[in-house]
Ligand binder design. Sequence first.
Ligand SMILES: [Zn+2]
Length: 292
Amino acid sequence: MALLNLKEILAVAAQHRFAVGAFNAIDSNFIDAVFDAAIEQQSPVIINVAEVHLPYIDIYATSDYIKKKAELSGIPVCLNLDHGLTFKTIETAVACGFSSIMFDGSHLPYEDNIIQTRKVVELCRQHNISVEAELGAVGGDEGGALESTADTALYTDVEQAVEFVKETRIDALAVAIGNTHGKYKGIPKLDITRLQQINQAINIPLVLHGGSGLSVADFHQTIEHGICKINFFTGMSQVALSSIEADITNANLAQKYNYYLIMMENMQKAIKQTVAEQMAIFHSVEKAKLYG
Ligand SMILES: [Zn+2]
């Protein structure tokens, strides 16, 4: 299947009240694991490539690899630049055939966030690429501190969200409602009332970053109130590390000549299982058939 842009993949999710998981690609093990899970679960999927991970990733080769896997998979796939921070990287992602760009201007003053986001939208529209932007600030950051908490002063403001969407004409909005990147310090408490208000006030799909560490009830409540895309990465890297740790201390495995291959295979299986579990929680299992 050809790549879908974010607007296309989320429209079906919004209509049928489920969320599409956006899982980060950092190497072929992660990519293969996500595709295996998506195909097995017949779930639409968003593959995230984060700008902060680009020092470890060849964006040109990786995007070709993902596009080929998408074509062979037969499932709906969207390729998203996660937390695009610079215009230069966004232009590279456009050239690489990404079907969605998340521009993160949340660290900018509000007016600058509007101006920069609008510039990204202008470029992307010419290529049928969707744009996700962020208003308010989700705690922590991709590739940042392991543990973080959300700052209530930085939660997305409802009135501002209405104006921001109108001014920028983005396709999806990432909200800050108590969610945070990395591992949660303590038990996360989401401001569902605020999410409900944002969802009632604007008519585009909403995005939840910092999916790792939230409870099943949290996910279901957010999906009920307009969240159509959920970013998930920390949980994948945690199970990958646990799998490596278990294998590296396994004396029996150390005797085998293909020790490394077995370790990789086990790691992929662990990631795949976690991704499949999230897809079930997000209610995206068996939803591939809803895309024509
Ligand atoms: Zn994020």
